[in-house]
Design a protein around this ligand. Sequence first.
Ligand code: DGT
Ligand code: CA
Ligand code: CA
Ligand code: ZN
Length: 570
Amino acid sequence: MENIEIAKLLSETADLMEIAAEDGFRIRSYRNAAAVIEGYGERLASVRADPARKLTDIPGIGKGIAGVIDEIETRGSFDRRDELLERYPPTALEMLHIQGLGPKTIALLIEELRITTLDDLERACKEQRIRGLRRLGAKHEEKILRGIEQYRKSAGRYLLNFADAMAAELTAYLAATPGVEKVTPAGSYRRGKETVGDLDLLVTGPGAQAALDRFVAHPKVSEVLGHGENKASARVGVEGLQVDVRALPAESFGAAMQYFTGSKEHNVALRQRALKQGYSLNEYGLFRLDDESRVAGETEEGIYAALGLPFIPPEMRENQGELDAPVPALLELADIRGDIHMHTRESDGRATLDEMAAAARALGREYIAITDHSKALAMANGLDEKRVLDFAARVRALDHEALGIRVLSGIECDILKDGRMDLDDEALASLDFVVASVHSYMNLSREEMTDRYLACLENPYVKTIGHPTGRVLLHRDAFVYDFETVAAAAAKRGVAMELNASPERLDLHATLLRIAKSKGVRFTISTDAHHPRHLENMKYGVKMARRGWLTKADVLNTLPYEEFISSWAK
Ligand code: DGT
Ligand code: CA
Ligand code: CA
Ligand code: ZN
């Protein structure tokens, strides 16, 4: 059995153990082992076959797990998994992905209501059979129904950072095949879409077909879906992301990149334009209709140029007017100078101010704002007024020269239900930077939520609205409110809107960025980092900004520090 299959069995079993409320330590050891095995460079089968070696020599694999692996290699499963699968239907694993359903509730639903499919679960909610079960009420029924809907919409899609890691690994791997000249990602991933359905990779060079053979033999491939002369498709990783790899001749590589980057809608519009100009466009090139001669195909630029168009950046290829408007000079990662929304151990972050500052400096940032949570988020140990004043004084006393980066004292202040700020004016006034965010009462009516944001914009200390729609990708929909009205008010009040660069949020998204920009809004792009590593997520924010056609001038944290500080004068 391949490592990836073993890893998958362990990881699924850990999920089932969670539903069975087994010991947390044990569950973690299964998850840990699954991660180790997935990333292990050599087949476990060959370690087992070698009398000089033991599975337990691999860090992360103890005696218990080694025994389980032996069992898996001998009969394809193991006792604990079989027991759990007898108790719980396979749908239990799916149910874990539904927002609002924890392992305890799932166990209850299965044991008390004999729920075995998502349809069962949906019916039980609609027939109001969930209320009355221990701890559960009508609210849970609504929440589960919303969760099911969300799950059905998001099933089979993956976050951009996950696709990014897989794309980087596979691109490097394929590029190392002798005779491969270029490996390029295409599809929604190249367009920087916030979630991807599958990953599309294009390969060219005399070794391209050998690269397909190598691809299907990659240790992370869990299932080969197809393997022909010019294309191979497979599922990779425990998560089962589909990857399509295509081998292409050099003379049509540009045409293929254009075609397979999409979007489909952009391609349709482009083909229509080509036809009007007397050409046909397909994945092999741009051809004259009269004599079928090839006009372009080696590069994407050549194709756009032959059609009288500038090069259209992949992020703009969504058929949202990009063929008819001048192409703006889109924002680039190198334009970003500051990162002005991040957390430390003061609230729910994982590192200290010094550690965050050092990591941000290493990424070339010139300034950061530390914006821990305010007291309404008690679970995150949010700051009250006294702690805010102390913190502001502490930051004022920092030796910024020695730190090598400017640190702004800030807060991510909760917007209360009625739109008031969670902290008093004195506390807010002591800080350099205030992000105002909604983290509670997320299901208010459209009117109430609109009024809440409008009231918040009246506060003179608020500099930017954090993650303005509250969406959590694949999990939670955006809040419902009159976005245009709020954006117009923000522009008028000189309050910016945040583009939260966390790959779980990417909030605002492209459409709303364009609407807000049309209302005169300026933007901040921040990582909302809770760990130094998250500071690298800025690149996803920049991708989304490009999808929203933003330029450097639209984004305040592209300004040098002094100008950034003075840009908030109202
Ligand atoms: P995804 O994978 O759902 O996130 O979205 P895409 O855009 O990556 O879609 P995918 O993987 O099905 O196909 C990759 C690109 O190939 C797509 O963006 C445009 C092109 N393509 C695929 N099928 C068609 C088609 O039937 N017509 C046209 N014009 N283009 C297509
Ligand atoms: Ca795709
Ligand atoms: Ca595809
Ligand atoms: Zn937040």
